[in-house]
Design a protein around this ligand. Sequence first.
Ligand code: TYD
Ligand code: ZN
Length: 421
Amino acid sequence: MNTENVRPVTRCRVCGARDWQEVVSFGEVPLANAFLEPAASYEHEPAYPLGVVSCRSCRLMSVTHVVDPEVLYRTYSYVTSDSETITRHMEFVASVCRERGRLAPGDLVVELGSNTGQQLAAFARDGARVLGVDPALNLAAVANERGIRTLPEFFDPSCAEAVRDEHGPARLILGRHVFAHIDDLTGVLAGVRALLAPDGVFAIEVPYAVDLLEKHAFDTIYHEHLSYFLVRTLDTLFTRHGLRLFDVERLAIHGGSLLVLVGRPEARHPVTDIVGELIAAEERADLGSDIGYEEFVRGVRGVREDLPALVRTLVAEGSRVAGYGASAKGTTILNICGLGPTEVSYCTDTTVLKQDKVLPGTHIPVRSPDHARADPPDVYLMLAWNYADEILRKEADFLRGGGRFILPFPKPTIVSADSVR
Ligand code: TYD
Ligand code: ZN
């Protein structure tokens, strides 16, 4: 086993307990975004243990092993997509934050994990002062070039204080799909407390554990995602760190997420009813006890058996299968299901950084959409299923020509022109 740069999780990063329920275990899996240059052999490709456990005290779902963030994030190939879905979503996030955070022109908005600065650009267009913080040196450079000032750092109390000294307190601190990647929640939340204006808002977006469980979407489980949160767990977390969760919204983005709004208790943001309603629904689904996780375990087993069987049957019948979207989720599902280049000829992806590389673990080549259009498969395995609506619309011609898609979750299903209408 690879023991460098990785450590097993012992204490819960939310509540400190050490009593874990084992939920799923996938063996050793390469890092989901570690795309490789094509090579004759891939002997030294690192793989790390991957599994999920649930804290019997606060019900945080956590990965079993934490990989050093320096390894994961210093150069990062996940670039925020400019898909319709994401662009629309970023406008939506900006409007919720503007309204709920009562942002005025000139207010400071700081984004953690700001990637290439696309989300901050939506705030800047509206007159906010914006600042990104992102440890990915390659992406921070891109953001700075497009005029979104970005510090190439991990956010911690000293970074927060430096920002506050230079720019003053932040009216809004935003972390879209970065919070679940953070191991040292204590350090980050101390930084948030140091930088946030007295009545400011800390807004985060995280994958919702309930969606993961209901959809059996185990492809969300990879080494970057350390935490899968219930509302109940987030509520506990923020209370422990002197903050208050006051509003939450369920969103379809990234396969099912929560947009969570947090403030200082002294700011007395009214707590919305939806917070208590979601916590009550989690309780009714038995997610406070071990039995609430059993159906997920069965569902995961089902997809792990049925998906490779379906793909192999199609290939045996003479169909050519390719993957749609070389997402981190996609590389995860292929690795966990043991599908490689024999079954899946290539994966198409719009991200230039990924094109002409090969997928971690399976070494399936990544091809541009132009290549895919020139050499289409008979069946696409929908790896970026979180954009299924947009992709099915975009690929109407492929479907009309008899092409089919496999949707993997909650159980593998074939979609053709007839089923899409
Ligand atoms: P995404 O779901 O954003 O992230 P994750 O890597 O966290 O699972 O990744 C979607 C991938 O799919 C991304 O690499 C871009 C690609 N993609 C396409 O190739 N074509 C498309 O039409 C869309 C919407 C995405
Ligand atoms: Zn816990």
